[in-house]
Design a protein around this ligand. Structure first.
Ligand code: ATP
Length: 940
């Protein structure tokens, strides 16, 4: 079976290859142009893929991502072979073209280009798909398509991974810029604090001058100056409280900033963690993909194909052939692959949309993060400056506190030097007021700064919210992306599983077939050997047998020919004996018949003619026995049959000659001086006229009898002289008519006045005939003159009894003895049932007369049979006329005509029963009418 498939596939492959080459040659002006074109296109496509890949790699390098995961870029097994021009092609392991899979894939790619050219081979390709091997290869093809789809997905995953890395790098850059902006802000804050510090320094410088002056002028005591100093100290304490308050606030702000920084950091960590998770997820997918690629059914199938190819040369040939067939099969559009491609396109567009939206979100996020980092940095800087300023103010305050005893001394001094001190005090108060104003201004500035910090905090908070919202969006998008990837993975796994299962099943079945074939093949050699030995022995036997057979046949032939000779001799003897026996029996029978004077009764069965089949489907009820010429059986119906035993029965196919041969001896006896009567009896249409007269081509008893008479006369002419006279009459409605007379006058039967007592018909024409030709004319005339009409039973029914009376007067030349022989040949009118013949009027009268005369004949027969003294010959013209022939010492033969059809079974039974009665009639020994010397007498 497998060999058959292989042969079939090979034949198809050869045919299709040839047609394909012709088609390609016709379509592209040469068989060699197409492969080059295809390879060019393939190369250009490969180059495009390669350029795209290179760009991606450049981008990957540009981002300076040194993650270990970046090495996975080169993990994928791409369907598009890349050139190694740039030396970087080694990163992507190409499928070697020498492997079956590589050849298969390149074959497939070329086939995709040839599809349009090979449309005319679709029908043949469809036919080929019915082969199991082709089905397997189609499954392999679909599986490889799935595999290429998987590779595309992997490439997309790689792209996503690279994009994620790029996003991460961007985030890092943004974080860096945020940090720098934060530092910048801190620096700004420090500068603000420096400006405050300067202001405070200026404020300090102003009291230090009076202090130095006071030191100089301590000798000038004054009460106003002491109060001013006291207020100054109080204001300084107030300032110190305010500073400590500001410090607390700044600490609070600092802690808040730290908290926010921590939050931000934690968020960044969470985001980083999510990115890592995504990365690990992608890596897992990659691993899974690689695992699937290395351990999935495709590789197994491929390995199995290779193993199978290696195991069996025939399978290898089939695989090669199948590769060729793939060209044909590739033109068959795969609905599933087209759907997958469509889905893949949709997914690609969807992924692109998601990528673009993700890119936008990432850009916005980076921008916001940058702003946030800047604001945070500024706030940090400001806080730092404020802290430093507070610290310095604290130091100033401590210094001022440390100077307090001098002030008291100065105050005492002022009390002593009152006018100068008062003036200084006034000046100090003025300065104090100025400082107060400055402090107020500083406070205002601090408030403004605080307000600014608050606003920046709010802005930062808003930014954090936005970042959180964007992160949520990113997470949602990531989830969607993961879902899509998962969905694609599931589809891919399903497709891979289905293809793998299918291919495994088909390979299993192929393997089973292969193993079965192997088993058969292994079982075949011993069988073949035994067959060979058997054949050799048989051959030798046959060779010997031919000699043996020839000798045996020769012996057998000899034996058979000897046996046949013996048999034929014995048969000849037997046949001779049989013939003699039959002749003897016949002779004895005839002698017996002659002695008894029985009427010989013959029966002739009419063949079934077309015109007799008035009713369709009539069965034949009369059967003859081929082994018994005297038996006849009539099936009466309901399974009952009646057997008749007559002198001779003629089957339907009996010829006129056969019938006459039976009559011939009687005809001969006529020449010898006997009175012979032969009459035909039977129902109308049963063949009486046919038997007696016959047709021109096939004459009946009348012609044959006369012919025989003349031949006998001719034979005896040396010894006897014969005179033959002929007369013919018909009895129609009990009226005698001369059939040889032209006027057809009526005749009467009378006793001959010569005293012989014989019947005499005055006026009847007696025509002496010299030749057979003469008698033929007379017979034709008589036939013409006979009255016939058409009835339902016979279109040319004879409505009269016709008598051909032949008188043969013979003179023995030697003795002078005279013989008078008479031959009455009677064709009786048909016995018929009036209702059946449809007779009416004149025909009815005819029928009644016919039946009456036949009844009279029956009465005569009955009387003769009963050997009654009175025979009623005179009851009818017919019996009266036949008195000479039917009476004692005459030879009589009756031919009973019967129909074999079921519809005539009643008439047939009547006729045969009448024949049976006639059979038993004993006329006594026949007497020869001879005149010797002077007197005539009868001799037995
Ligand atoms: N043995 C036969 N072979 C062929 N045809 C026959 C045979 N016997 C009778 N026929 C045909 O049957 C038809 C009727 O036969 P035929 O006229 O001799 O019947 P019949 O007994 O004389 O009838 P009827 O009493 O009405 O005159 C004729 O056409 C005749 O040719």
């Amino acid at each position: 079976m497998y060999a058959f498939y292989s042969l079939l596939v090979y034949i198809f492959y050869t045919v299709f290859k040839k047609e394909e080459e012709e088609a390609l040659g016709a379509a592209q002006g040469g068989a060699s142009a197409q492969p080059g074109h295809v390879s060019m296109e393939t190369r250009s496509r490969r180059k495009k893929d390669h350029t795209h890949r290179k760009e991606r790699k450049k981008r990957g390098r540009g981002s300076r991502l040194s993650d270990s995961s970046s090495s996975s870029d080169s993990d994928g097994l791409s369907l598009s072979d890349e050139d190694d021009d740039d030396g970087g092609g080694g990163e992507v392991p190409d499928i070697p073209a020498c492997t079956p899979l590589g050849a298969f894939l390149s074959f497939k790619q070329e086939n995709e280009k040839r599809r349009e050219v090979q449309v005319q081979l679709e029908t043949a390709g469809k036919l080929m798909s019915e082969s199991p091997l082709v089905a397997v290869m189609s499954h392999l093809l679909s599986f490889l398509e799935q595999y290429s789809h998987l590779q595309q997905l992997q490439q997309q995953a790689d792209q996503y991974r690279v994009q994620l890395k790029r996003h991460r790098a961007q985030h890092r850059r943004q974080m860096k810029t945020l940090r720098t902006s934060y530092r910048q802000r801190l620096r700004d804050k420090n500068s603000v604090i420096d400006s405050l510090e300067e202001a405070i320094t200026t404020q300090q410088y102003t009291p230090s001058t009076p202090g130095s002056n006071g030191e100089c002028g301590a000798d000038v005591p004054g009460a106003g100056a002491g109060a001013g100093l006291h207020r100054l100290v109080e204001s300084l304490y107030g300032l110190q409280g305010e500073k400590s308050q500001l410090r607390g606030e700044l600490r609070l702000l600092h802690s808040q900033l730290e908290q926010r920084e921590q939050d931000r950091h934690s968020r960044v960590q969470v985001f980083q963690h999510q990115i890592d998770e995504l990365k690990s997820c992608i890596e897992e997918r990659e691993e899974e993909l690689s695992r699937l690629r290395t351990a999935s059914g495709a590789t197994d199938s491929e390995k199995r194909v290779v193993c199978l190819s290696a195991e069996n040369e025939s399978l290898k040939q089939s695989l090669t052939v199948t590769q060729g067939l793939l060209q044909q099969l590739s033109v068959i559009p795969s609905q599933s692959s087209s759907v997958l491609i469509k889905e893949n396109e949709n997914l690609r567009s969807r992924v692109q949309q998601l990528e673009s939206s993700l890119q936008q979100r990432a850009d916005q996020l980076s921008h916001l993060e940058r702003q946030s980092e800047q604001s945070e940095w500024r706030r940090g800087e400001e806080q730092r400056r404020r802290e430093e300023r507070v610290r310095e103010l604290q130091l100033e305050l401590d210094k001022e506190r440390a100077k307090e005893p001098q002030v008291k001394i100065v105050t005492q001094t002022v009390e002593v030097e009152s006018p100068a001190t008062l003036r200084q005090l006034a000046e100090a108060r003025e300065r104090n007021e100025q400082l107060s104003e400055k402090l107020t201004n500083q406070n205002e500035k601090c408030r403004q700064l605080e307000e600014h910090i608050r606003k920046s905090d709010e802005f930062s908070c808003n930014l954090q919210h936005k970042i959180a919202a964007y992160e949520r969006e990113i997470s949602v998008l990531q989830e969607e992306l993961l879902k899509e990837i998962g969905h694609l993975e599931e589809k891919k796994e399903e497709a891979v599983k289905a293809a793998a299962t299918c291919s495994v099943e088909h390979f299993q079945s192929l393997q089973d077939q292969f193993f079965n074939l192997q088993k058969r093949l292994t079982a075949l050699p011993p069988t073949l050997r035994t067959m060979k030995t058997d054949y050799a022995s048989l051959r030798s036997q046959v060779r010997n047998f031919s000699d043996f057979y020839g000798a045996a046949i020769t012996d057998a032939k000899k034996q058979i020919s000897a046996a046949m000779r013996e048999m034929s001799e014995a048969n000849k003897d037997l046949l001779e004996k049989y013939r003699k026996e039959v002749a003897l029996r016949r002779k004895y029978h005839e002698q017996l018949v002659e002695l008894k004077g029985n009427i010989r009764v013959l029966c002739r069965v009419k063949p079934v003619l077309k015109e007799d089949q008035h009713e369709e489907g009539q069965s034949v009820v009369v059967t003859t026995d081929p082994n018994n010429e005297s038996a006849l059986s009539v099936l009466k119906g309901q399974g009952r049959s009646h057997n008749f035993e007559l002198d001779r029965v003629f089957h339907p196919q009996a010829t006129q000659e056969e019938v006459f041969q039976e009559i011939e001896p009687l005809v001969t006896s006529c020449i010898d001086g006997y009175h012979v009567c032969i009459f035909a009896y039977g129902q109308t249409g049963s063949g009486k006229t046919y038997t007696m007269e016959g047709s021109t081509e096939n004459p009946g008893i009348n012609q044959r009898a006369l012919k025989h008479l003349f031949s006998e006369i001719e034979d005896r002419k040396d010894m006897w002289i014969y005179t033959v006279t002929v007369s013919s009459v018909e009895i129609y409605n009990e009226v005698l008519r001369d059939l040889l007379s032209k006027d057809g006058e009526k005749l009467d039967i009378k006793i001959n006045p010569d005293g012989t007592g014989q019947l005499h018909v005055p006026g009847l024409r007696l025509i002496e005939v010299k030749s057979f030709q003469h008698i033929k004319k007379l017979l034709a005339q008589a036939r013409r003159n006979r009255i016939t009409f058409g009835t339902q039973m016979n279109q040319h029914s004879s409505r009269s009894h016709a008598l051909l009376m032949i008188t043969v007067l013979g003179t023995d030349l030697a003795s002078g003895a005279k013989t008078t022989g008479k031959l009455n040949l009677v064709d009786l009118a048909g016995s018929e049932r009036v209702w059946k013949s449809g007779a009416e009027g004149e025909r009815l009268k005819e029928a009644q007369n016919i039946n009456r005369s036949l009844l009279a004949l029956g009465d005569v027969i009955q009387a003769l049979r009963g050997k009654e003294k009175h025979i009623p010959f005179r009851n009818s013209r017919l019996t009266y006329l036949l008195q000479d022939s039917l009476g004692k010492g005459n030879k009589t033969a009756m031919v009973v005509q019967v129909s074999a059809l079921e519809s005539n079974v009643g008439e047939t039974m009547c006729s045969l029963k009448f024949a049976e009665r006639v059979c038993k009639v004993e006329l006594g020994p026949a007497a020869r009418k001879i005149q010797r010397g002077g007197g005539s007498h009868q001799c037995d």
